[in-house]
Design a protein. Sequence first.
Length: 550
Amino acid sequence: MRFASASAICPENVFFPITSPASKPFLAIQSYYQTAPSTGVVPSTPSIIYDGSLNSRADGDIFHFRVAVRSFNGSTTSEGNAGANVNVMLGFTSRIGSTFEDGFTHSSNTPKISFNLSLTNYDSYGVLFNGNATKTSYTNDTAWIDVDVTLDYTNSTYVVYQDGVQVSTASFTATAAEMYGYQITAYPDDNKDNSVITLMLDRVALYRPLTNHPAGTQLAPIKDLKISSIVNGVSNCKLNIQDDADNNSGNIGFAADDYDYTLTPIFDSTITSDWNLLVFAAGGYDWERDSRIDRPLWRGIIEKMRIKQSGRSRSVELQARDNLSLLDRQVPLWEIGQDGLNDDESQNPFWLYDAQGFNTLMNFGVKPLKLLSNELGFDVDDSFLERTDQRMQLGSGHPIQMYNNEDTNSANFVEKEYEGLGVQSIGRSGANTIVYMSGNPSYTTSSSITITGSDVTQYNISSQNPNAVGTHTNRDNQTEQTLSFTQTQMPYQGSANIVYAGKYDWSFGQTDYDTWYNSLTANGTYIIRGSDTVPSFPDHFTSRPKKQML
């Protein structure tokens, strides 16, 4: 809604509601873009990802989804209409990386198929009242787009249909087994900063049409359909398709192209998975006008396919049972057995996973702890994103030590000190102030440096370029970076605090006992080194460790 002013009671703009054509709940993913992407650039963070196989089998498979999208911002230009773009990627070479937000692109995957929806004539604004009391006419169906992608592995082509109309076609190289995962990204138009865009998904599937092909192809007719519903039993469905051979190859019935349906790959693939049979209904006298593929009347798992051939006549019979038939595959606990299943490395018992699951249930409210990595997640190395293996999650078997502002020199104020890079110490070399970093962030003299959180006010600098950079080796033999600043940029505040008193003179960088022994002061007296003298081992002194963050 948009109001004319802060004191206005009635909004100027009101958006019309969106409901699922199937009258069922649907998924809505809202994204906020502080900076809109440039034209032609797809954001690296997708709206939704699916990390799993598409279960594609052969030519004729169709990837389908029903989508709606809305976007707007607070600008008065175009009444806040931010426009909308939707990118779709299918078939990746491997699974997602350690962060969820980046989806498959985090692993530098290249999708087999990538395309943008055609939204030229699509209303992504969806306003019901546009600055006046006149109600705009709308139809809920216009908010939803049925997208179908037909896959032809033999000819290496795919075709995209929107609401049954072909909008694009392109080539791709892949096998059915390589079609792993998908991701969809919704984003506003160029220069539409501070925009909110919502992607709505009503359904997603990979399917084989038995009627109503998206390309309008005339398919072999269904000869017979019978659904049996049993009281206190499992319903079943039998479907008979009259798929006679056509003369496409010169020899009738000798080529797969002679038939409309090639369903054998569903059953003889190397990867076994269940396929569902969905039955929709049409009402009224006009089949084409009233045919709605929104909500199935019956759904079950295909259990059997039978092909009958008699001359040129060929019929395909499919038998399916309700999803409740999956209960027939469940084995009760007492049939699994309670003997050890992990004592033989040469084989993997079929019920091992189930037995372990039952064993977990016997923990009476607790669960086994997860063995994860040493990463906390949301770290600068991962662009502050969540990791799948971070130890900061429920059920982690790795304790996390946290401070609550209890010690003067400990990691207090985690919200301030967690971000950024640590400063080990600050010293002096000649006329320059030296900052000894924790690690080696590879800064250069062109880097803009800001230091906050120091107890010494002069060391809190903002947007300063170091006049020199270098490295040093700490006591753990690790290389860390040093930054050099002039006294104008960072005035050194050191005093003659005693940091060493002894009879070894380390001013020449001695690193072993023999050299130190030979460098004993001539008269055996002690020497004193002050904090304003840069020693060879800078880690031996520090100014408020863990309190200065870069």
